[in-house]
Write a protein that binds this ligand. Structure first.
Ligand code: NAG
Ligand code: NAG
Length: 543
């Protein structure tokens, strides 16, 4: 009884503080996070890491579809800080997205409470610090969204559920890496790869013989695609960023920057320890690291060669990507089958083509989309838009197809109408694999192939059973096409997940616009929104 009173009071307080933004009928989960610097030694040398509640990687978030997550973040760094939620859609609520285009950074010594709802989502994602290249120092962690109890999951409950946060790592302090980029230099080659914050054989996953486990693997690195594999074991793919897949078996899996995959692994081999290997993809020098799959009855450590994987083979990766399909009869976050949404029957209202490039502007290395290299403004775009502050961004400042002119710097926002259904073609004329992420939405990867996209490329689209996801790769000198329903009003970041490219301008914002002022389409500005730049001193509510 007393517990209920305390809980009800807490909920009432929350509703009072954040009305709009969270749904009163769905359960709440509360988190308090203290963000600090701390010494970490992931590659054997001491580094300044960013810890959350003393942990690197940060604590795991577990939620069930539709849960409200109330996350209070206390910034104990000497720099402003922001956390973003890779793949969490923030329906009607770009106010909580935690990128610099929507949120003021949390000043040093201050706190901010995010109120998110994982509305209509399931699957595997991660959070990360989005500001000032902090991602190079840690501050990331896994997010698992479990299905509601009565929604069928298309595989038996696994005996365990492991999060694998893998990616490239630099021994250099994030501040120095950032300075290198700012003076127009490129990042050095990464020093190694990490699995859950540890280097070579630094992390152990313990399994019972005969049982099946789910591994949720995300590439949280800064610059390189990775390949994941387990010595002597096969990987049964079951989920990609919230989509339940056809359960194909793979010997290894390519995971591009910012992507998340779930595989089932059965401990069906003789009792010993096995290597879990991650290596870099499409790099001149191949970086590899390992973790350990330990059978609980094993008396024998890892032995034999670390299993090899593909390194520069593009065709292999493209074939694998095309084999990843939606299970049309399986449920997603709702009881009805995923295939009941016939994305292939909808005719896109227009085509946007986005081409990446690596221009030098004013003698400095920059990265651009359709010739526009994004520069962050002094005021978050969402706030400038809300308070109607002129001169912060340039609506329509980025063309919807490559123009061929000289690249330039711009705070560019593209506008689209709420409920538009759009075809986006990512065209990559560079020799480097790209990884693109769109906030606020999941999209259908209808096609990818080498060379130049043309309207004739549409004849080879998969209009039946491709997956819906939020991060997609584009191979070197190749294209990837997606269909996207712009069903989420707000200001949404479209970015390279290569963190140097993102930092130096390969990103922009998409304003999904409706003339309606209804809370059914977009929540009002949160009462606790931080106000900075030219929005400082404004009020989130009428006085
Ligand atoms: C969090 O910040 C707010 C101001 O944004 C302040 O009123 C509140 O006291 C802070 N909470 C704590 C526990 O410091
Ligand atoms: C698709 O999902 C259904 C559950 O709806 C499951 O029974 C079936 O095995 C899955 N098919 C494949 C090929 O993974």
């Amino acid at each position: 009884m007393r517990d209920c009173k305390v809980l009800c009071f807490a909920i009432a307080l929350v509703l009072l503080c954040f009305h709009g933004g969270v749904n009163g009928e769905d359960p709440y989960r509360f988190f308090t996070w203290k963000v600090t610097y701390g010494d970490i030694y992931p590659l054997g040398v001491k580094q300044q890491g960013i810890l959350i509640n003393g942990q690197f990687p940060g604590p795991q978030i577990d939620a069930v579809t539709n849960d409200n997550l109330i996350i209070s973040v206390f910034n104990g760094l000497r720099e402003p800080f922001l956390i973003s939620w890779n793949g969490i859609q923030q329906r009607r609520n770009s106010w909580q997205d935690g990128v610099y285009g929507t949120n003021c950074p949390i000043p040093p010594g201050r706190n901010f409470t995010y109120a998110l709802q994982v509305k209509d989502q399931i699957g595997s994602y991660f959070y990360f610090p989005s500001f000032l290249f902090h991602k190079a120092a840690g501050g990331f962690g896994g997010i698992r969204i479990w299905s509601r109890p009565r929604i069928p999951v298309p595989f038996p409950p696994p005996a365990g559920d492991f999060t694998v946060l893998a990616g490239d790592w630099f021994k250099t302090n994030h501040y120095i890496l950032r300075r290198l980029l700012e003076i127009g230099r490129n990042l050095p080659f990464p020093d190694g790869l990490l699995i859950n914050g540890r280097g070579w054989n630094g992390y152990t996953f313990t399994v019972d013989p005969g049982k099946t486990y789910r591994f949720r693997i995300s590439n949280v690195g800064l610059t390189t695609s990775i390949n994941f594999r387990i010595q002597g074991h096969s990987l049964k793919l079951v989920e990609v960023e919230g989509s339940h897949t056809l359960q194909n078996t793979y010997s290894s899996l390519d995971i591009h920057l910012g992507q998340s995959y779930s595989v089932l692994v059965t401990a069906d081999q003789p009792a010993k320890d096995y290597y879990i290997a991650v290596s870099s993809r499409f790099t001149t020098r191949v970086l590899t690291t390992t973790a350990i799959l330990h059978y609980s009855n094993s008396q024998t450590g890892v032995s034999g060669p670390v299993p090899g994987g593909p390194t520069n083979q593009v065709a292999w990766s493209l074939d694998q990507a095309r084999s990843i399909r939606w299970n049309l009869t399986a449920s997603g976050p709702r009881p009805n089958p995923q295939g009941s949404y016939h994305y292939g029957m909808i005719k896109p209202s227009r085509t946007i083509m986005l081409a990446n490039s690596a221009p030098y502007i004013n003698g400095k290395q920059r990265y651009a989309v359709n010739g526009v290299s994004f520069v962050p403004p002094d005021t978050p775009l969402k706030l400038a838009d809300y308070f109607k502050i002129p001169g912060v961004f340039n609506l329509g400042g980025i063309p919807s197809s490559p123009s061929g002119g000289n690249a330039y710097l711009q705070t560019a926002v593209m506008q689209a109408n709420f409920r538009e259904f759009v075809e986006i073609v990512f065209q990559n004329w560079e020799n480097e694999v790209q990884s693109w992420h769109i906030d606020g939405h999941a999209f259908f990867v209808v096609g990818m192939d080498g060379g130049q996209w043309t309207p004739a490329s549409r004849t080879r689209y998969n209009l039946r059973d491709t997956v819906a996801r939020c991060t997609v790769q584009v191979y070197p000198r190749a294209w990837t096409a997606i269909y996207i329903a712009l069903d989420n009003v707000g200001m949404w970041n479209i970015r390279s997940e290569n963190w140097a490219r993102q930092y130096l301008g390969q990103q922009f914002y998409l304003k999904v616009y409706t003339a309606s002022n209804s809370w059914r389409d977009e929540y009002p500005i949160p009462r606790n929104a931080l106000l900075c730049g030219r929005a400082r001193g404004r009020h989130t509510r009428p006085l």
